[in-house]
Design a protein around this ligand. Structure first.
Ligand code: ARG
Length: 464
């Protein structure tokens, strides 16, 4: 009688034991045990389908489901003993199932392979991680909207080249961040469509000779449909790459967001206060309050983009169908999901407590001649060519610089030296309030428009 040695996969074919180091080197259980609950969920659906198709008896199915349910609890309570000998999460669970229920445990793998099993687990895992990421992203979007609502008419300088360019409202700036995160949400939901396709039934690569019902398994697991090609199902990880790309864009946005918060909370800008709870002190300089959360988030954007690169390089050049290379997809994916959830959570917690130093923002816009374009536009409306107006405003700015005055503080006779077209109504345009109010069209910085953008955003949030 042949004895099956469960301590080594396919051991009957091997004359030699696996090299001790190779056993450790090739094992993935240390990290893929994170997908244990998804693995069990997939196995329960698979067994249910097998019984429905009379490939397993109802008794075998029930034994399998009971055993797997017990294993799920053992794992949840930290009682499950993971073993490198069993290589990965799939074999660890299967071997334990067989310990618990005997021969029926060995039948679970009928009509499937670890290749379609692992592809299913990753998809189920990503699906649930994306739910959490979406939740944190939504919290952050809401926090941004709430803050923007308080600052519809808070004036600050807008920058290009990090030089004061034109006055804007803080609410408008915040809504720019909201827009970026809105596209991030859409990308995540879009990549979910391609994640939510079921590989089970592809088996090792060619499908299975058992009369399985893939539509039933897909329905049991909440997938939108079974995959259309067995080779493709077990080999491609493009859905994971898409997730990492969407994640990299989120982190890139958070990194830019961070950069501005860091600059603005510096003594040099002094536009905002980040609450103490999100900062730390220096071990040597008692006066320091460092914006640790934004800095760390900015730093973490690097690792997520790194994971995207790893996954792309992992996939490139692999022949069809499954290759062991793919085992390397787990750690970058897990870390991408963890990093996204943590960074978004820290931001969603922090943003509601950011306070704006309105007077500093206002004065900074004033000092920077932010209404110079408004003066040029004023002259153009009075009939001057834009290039000439640009020249004249340059002269006025120089006078302001020399006498340390904003354009709105230069007297009418002085301004008229530069052009006879200038009359008393010019001051309506030289004030910061006049400047922002004038940009009164869809997408503009006028307080009325920012208010409308916030309302539209609220409706959008309520609808998704
Ligand atoms: N641990 C493996 C992985 O992560 C599971 C699939 C193994 N399949 C195989 N044919 N060796 O990809």
């Amino acid at each position: 009688m042949t004895t099956v040695n469960t301590a080594k996969l396919s051991s009957a074919r091997f004359a030699q034991a696996t090299d001790a180091f190779v056993e450790v080197f090739t094992a993935s259980v240390d990290f893929d045990q994170r997908m244990a609950q998804q693995d069990i969920q997939g196995s329960i659906a698979h067994a249910t389908m097998l019984a429905h198709c009379s490939i397993l008896t109802e008794k075998e199915r029930d034994d399998i489901i009971n055993g797997l349910t017990q294993i799920a609890e053992e794992i949840t309570h930290g009682e499950f003993v993971w073993s490198i000998k069993q290589e990965d999460v799939h074999m660890n669970i299967e071997v334990r199932l067989t310990d618990l229920i005997g021969i029926a445990g060995k039948k679970l793998h009928t009509g499937r392979s670890r290749n379609d099993q692992v592809a299913t687990d990753i998809r189920l895992y990503l699906r649930s991680e994306i739910k959490q990421i979406t939740h944190q992203l939504t919290r952050l979007q809401t926090a941004i909207l709430d803050l923007a609502e308080q600052h519809v008419d808070t004036i600050m300088p807008g920058f290009t080249h990090l030089q004061v360019a034109q006055p804007i409202t803080f609410g408008h700036h915040l809504m720019a961040w909201f827009e970026m995160l809105g596209r991030d949400q859409e990308r995540l939901q879009d990549c979910c469509k391609r994640i939510n396709i079921m590989p089970l039934g592809a088996a090792a690569l060619a499908g299975t000779s058992y009369p399985i019902d893939r539509i039933m398994t897909a329905e049991l697991l909440g997938f939108s449909k079974p995959s259309a090609n067995s080779l493709d199902s077990v080999s491609d990880r493009d859905f994971a790459i898409e997730f990492a790309a969407a994640g990299s864009l989120i982190m890139m946005h958070l990194s830019r967001f961070s950069e501005e918060l860091i600059l603005w909370s510096s003594a040099q800008f002094d536009f905002i206060e980040i609450p103490d709870a999100f900062c730390t002190g220096s071990s040597i300089m008692p006066q320091k309050k460092n914006p640790d959360v934004p800095e760390l988030v900015r730093g973490k954007s690097g690792r997520v983009t790194g994971h995207l690169m790893s996954l792309l390089m992992l996939m490139k050049s692999q022949p069809l169908a499954y290759n062991k290379d793919n085992q390397e997809d787990k750690e970058p994916l897990f870390d991408t999901a963890d990093t996204l959830i943590n960074c978004l959570r820290a931001y969603a917690d922090m943003v509601p407590h950011i306070s704006a130093k309105k007077a500093n923002m206002y004065n900074s816009a004033k000092r920077g001649f932010a209404t110079a374009t408004d003066l040029a536009d004023y002259l153009v409306r009075k009939g001057m060519a834009f290039r000439d107006a640009h020249e004249i405003v340059g002269l006025a700015v120089r006078l302001g610089l020399e006498s340390n005055r904003d354009l709105s503080e230069i007297s009418l006779p002085e301004l008229q030296q530069f052009s006879a077209l200038i009359t008393a109504d010019v001051y309506d345009f030289l004030t910061l309030e006049g400047s922002v109010a004038a940009r009164n069209h869809i997408g503009g910085t006028a307080p009325a428009m920012v208010g409308a953008a916030i309302q539209t955003a609220r409706q959008y949030m309520a609808a998704v």
